[in-house]
Design a protein around this ligand. Sequence first.
Ligand code: DOR
Ligand code: ZN
Length: 430
Amino acid sequence: MTVDLVVIGKAYLGGRFEEVAIAVDSGVIVGVTKPPLAPPSNARVEFGEKFLVLPGMVDLHVHMREPGLEYKEDWRSGSRAAVKGGVTLVVDMPNNRPPSNSCDRLREKLQRASEKSLVDFAFYAGFNPRLEELEDCGGLYVGFKLYPEDLFAQDAVSVFRRAASVGKPVVVHAEDPSFFRKSRRHSEARPPVAERAGILRALDLAEATGAWLHVTHLSTEIGLLEVLRAKVSARHRVTFDVTPHHALLSEALYSSPLSKVAVVNPPLRSEGDVRAVYASLRSGLADALVTDHAPHSLEEKLADNPAPGFPGLELALHLLLDEILSGRLGLPALELYCRRPAELMGFSKGSIAPGFDGDLVVVAKEEWRVRGEELESRAKYTPFEGRVLRTKTHAVYVRGLEVYTAGYFMAEKGGRLAVPRGRASGFEAP
Ligand code: DOR
Ligand code: ZN
């Protein structure tokens, strides 16, 4: 049999690198063999010594902003940023304008993303007390997202109840707004106790309903301890993710020239909190690494009240590889950004093995310096400004389609809705 594509190189096969040929046909990996045993193919690409072949990364927390806030980002600019960061599946948050919290709005997002995205995508549903408006399109969202104000709304419990009945996670931004206070320093305006209280509230709701609780962008040691305790003892499922910024940057940035750029929710924290978040990555206790890619216009960032968030998609994999190549993290930490998030949500992605989608990222071992103005995202700033990284994205394949090579985008679109195994979307991609 002649396959569509064979990629040869030193590939990450879960725990180790090995020189192999990866055969992809009809978008799916059909074989991983020693190079001489590769099947005949219509296209064959060989990557030498300087390169590493990785599975496409899976980012469970991004804000592509379209529809409604395209001046910050849209599916084209955001998915190009994903490609540059070696990310081939993004799961998009619902805080669009208007929020993506009904079937109609999710269908519109599907339409936009299908027309413009270079990478595969999935969505969360936003808070909506009228749950019937989300009933007929379960195939269009992989979980429910609650923001701090939603979590403390009366109807929050009904979302948890619904999530439990359909077997999807409630993804929670866990902060209790009643602990917020006025302070010029962002980390003091939203102190660690706010996160802990948010987590306790979410755990109560999960306990009462049996729902799967997923705490996203966990940022404090006291929050981590609550989540770990619940992971061990709760009868319902508890998972969590962390971001590169909470693992690598501290609140010291709020006394630096990057203070406005670094505003994000939850805020950057103390050295002790950073160590705790980092330890959750190193130990594998965290279930995933996510970027919380949250682009805003530069004007919004430089305002007196800076908009919270910054782009992250282009840097996360390379920041992670930098920690691994420097020996601070073990090789398995890579899985927190590919296999583990894919498994969490049930996607056939994030691993180089037969039966998985042919999503491949080739990175070059090459030093470069991070410069916000060179980002592909519409948001051209980053709190990681000036950092030197040791790997760079060289080529990206999405289900076997070459979308990027050596600085050039090779396709205009090609992404589609990713559907967890055993589920049908109920929708044909337009
Ligand atoms: O920093 C943040 N940015 N935190 C959030 O919760 C929202 C996000 C955004 O959408 O900008
Ligand atoms: Zn977010």
